[in-house]
Design a protein around this ligand. Structure first.
Ligand code: HMG
Ligand code: MG
Length: 336
């Protein structure tokens, strides 16, 4: 494995769209997911099977899954809060694999994401149960998903601040992350839900979590409310994390985190990690040696992502939602 490889998990179709005031038709969501796969995104969170009373915007996920094309190199995941969400997903996966030769191929979902929180107040607001109650609820969900051959990813929300109880003790984040890992999560994504994190607070939190959880399984899920998400990612990279969540166009926010904005824009992350490659080498001689200096290039590898395509997707989906992309790199690229 390449130590410089950075896995980006595109969460725009789920985290990005779950908070939209107007319903978005499933064909638009499916188009978004298909375009992201074509742009080279290898990990896409396609939607969620949660209560439509709690998050109406995700009600059409089954339809979305039926409409997405299978790009064999891309893995798709779905967020589930409980046994019912997993049952609904498993039913779709099994009915479309029935031995009827005319059946559609199964939706290409290989992974579920389960989620809990570092504080009781947020957990209650988001899923109507305390943190320990949610871990009890999720353990059998994880087990059944693993038995069904799905990978399981875990999220911990409010790893820096909680909109209801303020600054969060990193030891809570550590303990909840450890529990998710023990449940069989191959990856634990640390959610700065409010986007309050700074490089210093993210580093402090990671140092605590790393006392009990292998950093190789940790991911960063940073909302960009204060414009610090890219800096937080660079800090987490230095600390050893190699997986980050992002939303094309900077879409999104959590319905139960008032005032918080979207995830860090995928375009901004890709640019920060590899953008120097857009500019080629230094061509003008300088000084009296006659040779141009060597350009310094980023060492990070994000796979075959097409940044120009991503910028177009971010602009397109933002336009569908009636606004501008919030991705700075996306805007700059489109203006070039
Ligand atoms: P509850 O009201 O306690 O659940 O909600 P319940 O079991 O009493 O069920 C109530 C009703 O919901 C019943 O229907 C159930 O059938 C139905 P009724 O009998 O009243 O007609 N129901 C469901 N329907 C569809 N799919 C389901 C499901 N489960 C129950 N899976 C519950 C508890 C967990 C269901 C609810 O609180 C919920 O769905 N919460 C989800 C909230 C959510 O999706 N939040 C956003 C995602 S998390 C996030 O954004 C953070 C993250 O990005 C990381 C970060 O940034 O921090 C991941
Ligand atoms: Mg989130």
């Amino acid at each position: 494995t390449n130590p410089n490889f950075v896995k980006i998990v595109e969460v725009g179709p789920r985290d990005g769209l779950q908070n939209e005031p107007k319903p978005i038709p499933p064909p638009i969501k499916a188009e978004l997911i298909n375009r992201l796969a074509i742009a080279g995104m290898r990990n896409i969170e396609a939607g969620s099977f949660v209560s439509p009373k709690w998050v109406p915007q995700m009600a059409g996920t089954a339809e979305v899954l039926a409409l997405i094309d299978s790009f064999p190199k891309t893995g798709y995941s779905v967020l589930v809060p409980n046994q019912k969400g997993l049952d609904d997903l498993l039913e779709i996966l099994s009915t479309s694999t029935s031995p009827n030769s005319h059946a559609k191929p199964p939706p290409p979902v290989t992974e579920v994401a389960i989620f809990t929180s570092a504080t009781d107040a947020f957990s209650l607001a988001n899923t109507n149960v305390s943190v320990s109650g949610s871990l009890e609820r999720l353990a059998p969900v994880a087990r059944r998903a693993l038995d069904a051959g799905l990978k399981v990813r875990g999220y911990v929300s409010v790893v820096v601040t909680c909109p209801f109880s303020g600054r969060v003790d990193p030891r809570r984040v550590r303990d909840v992350s450890r529990e998710l890992a023990q449940m069989g999560c191959y990856e634990v994504s640390l959610g700065d839900t409010t986007g309050a994190g700074t490089p210093a607070s993210i580093l402090g939190m990671l140092e605590e979590v790393a006392k009990e959880v292998d950093i190789g399984i940790l991911a960063g899920h940073f909302h960009d409310t204060n414009g610090t998400a890219t800096a937080n990612i660079m800090t987490a990279l230095d600390f050893g994390l190699r997986t980050f969540d992002a939303s094309v166009g900077g879409l999104g926010g959590c319905p139960y985190s008032p005032g918080a904005t979207g995830n860090v824009a995928t375009e901004d992350v890709i640019y920060a990690l590899t953008g120097d490659r857009l500019f080629g080498d230094i061509s003008e001689p300088y000084g009296n040696h006659g040779k141009p200096a060597k350009t310094v290039q980023s060492r990070w590898d994000v796979g075959p992502v097409d940044l120009a395509r991503l910028a177009e997707i971010g602009e397109w989906i933002s336009g569908v939602l009636g606004r501008e992309t919030t991705s700075r790199a996306g805007k700059a690229l489109l203006a070039r």
